[in-house]
Design a protein around this ligand. Structure first.
Ligand code: GLA
Length: 350
């Protein structure tokens, strides 16, 4: 594995953004920006051996700065929604920006996706670090973080998140990569097959905020225990699907520790992406709000042109005691791993 950095562009206020290419011995590679620790490209072989870019992104810093959607970004301090942007921790009330209807989303107005991180290249990994100051976007305590990327010779991309704080705070990190295993910019991803090891999902209200209820997937469009095309039930007459304008839901993952949680695949290219994580949930998001826009290399993106598998703690966990806690105590070590492993299958192979 080798890592090479070069200038990607400049922010509106003149700061340099660097792109790091992590190449493995097969010539497959991942491009990552220090702006938001953003996964800008993931180029892996299809069943013919041709490198295929399976990650949506932009060619310029300006597009990353100006567009919504969090393409490929590292998200924090708290991924997804916090109801009304309010929470109480140790008896003290905190108020965060409300940037998504009545709720707080993905860390606020300037989340970690909009920060230029310090990069350090070690022999087999790329490590970004950043300290978020006490009061940053309204969150308490100084938070010292690192985000590590590895891309090994088996075409497995590993994301490692570490954090420690000097006071009690909340932490829920994710990556917001939009995958299209047919190749980025080739249109809809609803033909992809998806399998998720989840017997249950968290019910949402009309603003995509969990109600606190954990529902069984049995007999619902959310049953991905056996692989099925993402688009098969996406238009079903189902209140939860309507609330998200498609899939935009947290699935309650089986098991604990680093385990396989989901398999996404394309019949067209044969590319299979196996997701493993230490996290308790995954937000399956079918790019329902990805409005028409330009993408990399002159491509165009629109609604449903990618699928995000955002491994995470459950959204709005601060308001639901039945959800795993997102509180990070002073001095405690936060550590989460997610892997996206790329392989290929032959035509009609199950
Ligand atoms: C998450 C949310 C979505 C949307 C996207 C970004 O997946 O759950 O509702 O905000 O991020 O557009």
């Amino acid at each position: 594995m080798s890592v090479q950095g070069k200038e990607f562009g400049r922010t509106a206020d003149g700061r340099t953004v660097t792109v790091y290419r992590i190449t493995n011995k097969n010539g497959a590679y991942v491009d990552v920006l220090d702006y938001g620790c953003t996964l800008q490209s993931i180029c892996v072989p299809n069943r013919d051996g041709t490198l295929t870019d399976v990650c949506l992104g932009y060619d310029t810093v300006t597009e990353y700065e100006e567009n919504d959607g969090y393409l490929g970004a590292f998200v924090g301090r708290h991924a997804n929604r916090i109801g009304k942007g309010e929470f109480v921790l140790n008896g003290q009330a905190y108020s965060l920006a409300v940037n998504n209807g009545p709720n707080h989303l993905h860390g606020g107005l300037k989340g970690f996706d909009k920060v230029i991180w310090s990069a350090c290249v070690a022999s087999d990994r790329l490590i970004f670090s950043h300290t978020s100051p006490d009061g940053d976007e309204g969150y308490p305590a100084n938070l010292m973080m690192s985000v590590t990327y590895c891309f090994d010779d088996s075409n497995t991309l590993t994301l490692i998140y570490d954090a420690v704080s000097d006071g009690d705070t909340v932490v829920n990190f994710t990556n917001h990569c939009y995958f299209n295993l047919n190749g980025q910019g080739t249109g809809t991803a609803t033909d992809h097959l998806l399998q998720v090891n989840a017997d249950a999902f968290t019910e949402n209200d009309g603003d995509c905020l969990p109600t606190g209820k954990i529902l069984s997937v049995e007999g619902t469009p959310f049953d991905f225990r056996t692989s099925k095309p993402i688009g098969r039930d996406i238009g079903a007459d189902d209140e939860n699907l309507k609330n998200g304008s498609g899939y935009d839901h947290n699935f309650v993952l089986q098991g604990e520790g680093l385990r396989e949680v989901a398999v996404l695949s394309s019949e067209k290219t044969g590319i299979v992406m196996t997701t493993r994580t230490t996290q308790p949930g995954v937000q399956v998001y079918t790019a329902n709000f990805l409005t028409y826009r330009g993408g990399k290399n002159g491509t165009r993106y629109s609604v449903r042109d990618g699928v995000c598998l955002e491994t995470q703690h459950f959204p709005d966990a601060l308001h639901h005691e039945n959800f795993p806690s997102v509180v990070l105590k002073q001095g405690e070590e936060y550590h989460q791993i997610t892997q996206y492993a790329f392989t290929v299958k032959e035509e009609n192979e199950v």
